[in-house]
Design a protein around this ligand. Structure first.
Ligand code: FES
Length: 102
């Protein structure tokens, strides 16, 4: 396991996603109601970038921008079929740095 500083907390807009690089992985980071989430950026359906998806804040979901599959930010599961999931990553704030463990 390795830790990567992927940006500053102020770089992450509330209610939206951004993509960051951590080692060789591209990870989508979301800030929802002040809480941070980190999930694999690539939608396993057809490969859309989930950081460009719509965040449904009240449900803690990101909606894929291409075919609107809903992914749960907390555990990475597909809302309608929890057997399918995305990888999630531990994310923390250290000072004003955002740190992801991969
Ligand atoms: S690419 Fe994400 S739902 Fe199709």
């Amino acid at each position: 396991m390795a830790e990567y500083v992927v940006g500053k907390i102020d770089d992450i807009p509330e209610g939206k996603g951004i993509a960051v690089e951590a080692g060789r992985r591209t990870i989508a980071i979301f800030r929802v109601a002040g809480k941070l989430y980190a999930i694999a950026n690539r939608c396993p359906h057809k490969g859309a970038s989930l950081c460009e998806g719509e965040v449904v804040c009240e449900d803690g979901i990101v909606r894929c921008p291409w075919h609107h599959w809903n992914w749960q930010l907390g555990d990475g599961k597909l809302e309608t079929d929890p057997r399918q999931g995305l990888r999630t990553y531990p994310i923390a704030v250290d000072g004003d740095d955002v740190v992801i463990t991969v």
